[in-house]
Design a protein around this ligand. Structure first.
Ligand SMILES: Nc1ncnc2c1ncn2[C@@H]1O[C@H](COP(=O)(O)OP(=O)(O)OP(=O)(O)O)[C@@H](O)[C@H]1O
Length: 216
């Protein structure tokens, strides 16, 4: 396994007795991105939660920088910037306060909010912002100085307009050029490179002809 990457080998997950994926294999190396694809309910968010260590009922091996989980978890977490499906924005706080919660100083937070098009909204409560603006508050963390190397982003393009998508793609490409890595889920094409696309449909449960006959 590559010593500087996230390596997934023979990974399988099931929920409620249903196999979501099995035999999943890929490597997320520095300077590269992986886009996890799959239909609604295919298991993309479950995979992400597994990779960031929030879910431990899986089989197979996950290793960060050559160290298999659970031993490698602490090192992975110290390198991780995770933005989940629900974006982790505190609605009772302003955008500025949200970034301060993540340790950002006022000047760098204002610059990041400007980068995501929220200039003038920094002191508005997030509960008064639109869905796309709240997504931008979450994504502003990607524009803070010295970001962690491993970005794991669940549906980061959701609710973004065309300009927002282009801006985020540019920021992800800058991160890759700096040697960082990005793992994301998206139902739409993502313009980042180099990109490995992993479709969970290719790792779904495999039935024998006999089993298929019985299902029918
Ligand atoms: N904790 C859980 N307990 C039981 N079932 C679960 C649990 N978490 C997820 N599931 C089930 O696993 C399946 C995969 O869910 P998941 O959220 O990973 O899909 P997804 O590919 O991210 O879907 P979407 O594209 O709709 O966001 C779903 O059928 C879901 O109901």
């Amino acid at each position: 396994m590559c010593g500087r990457s996230l390596a997934v080998r023979g990974l399988a997950c099931e929920r409620d007795g249903r196999v979501l994926f099995e035999g999943l294999e890929f490597t997320l190396a520095p300077g590269t991105a992986v886009q996890v694809e799959g239909a609604n309910g295919a298991g993309k968010s479950t995979l992400i939660r597994t990779l960031i260590g929030s879910v431990s009922d899986y089989s197979g091996t996950i290793a960060w920088r050559g160290q298999a989980y659970p031993r490698g978890l602490a090192a992975m977490r110290s390198s991780l910037l995770y933005i989940g499906h629900n974006a982790g924005v505190r609605r009772g706080l302003t955008p500025l306060e949200n970034l301060a919660w993540y340790g950002a100083g006022r000047k760098e937070a204002l610059r990041a909010l400007d980068e995501v098009g929220l200039y003038g909204f920094e002191d508005v409560l997030c509960q008064q912002l639109s869905a796309g603006q709240n997504r931008r508050v979450a994504l502003a963390r990607l524009y803070l100085p010295a970001p962690p190397p491993l970005w794991v982003l669940d549906e980061p393009l959701a609710a973004l307009d065309v300009v927002g998508v282009a801006s985020l793609e540019a920021q992800m490409n800058r991160h890759l050029q700096r040697g960082g890595c990005v793992l994301l889920t998206s139902h739409q094409p993502v313009n980042v490179a180099p990109l490995l696309r992993v479709n969970l449909a290719d790792f779904g449960p495999h039935f024998t002809a006999q089993e298929l006959y019985c299902v029918r």
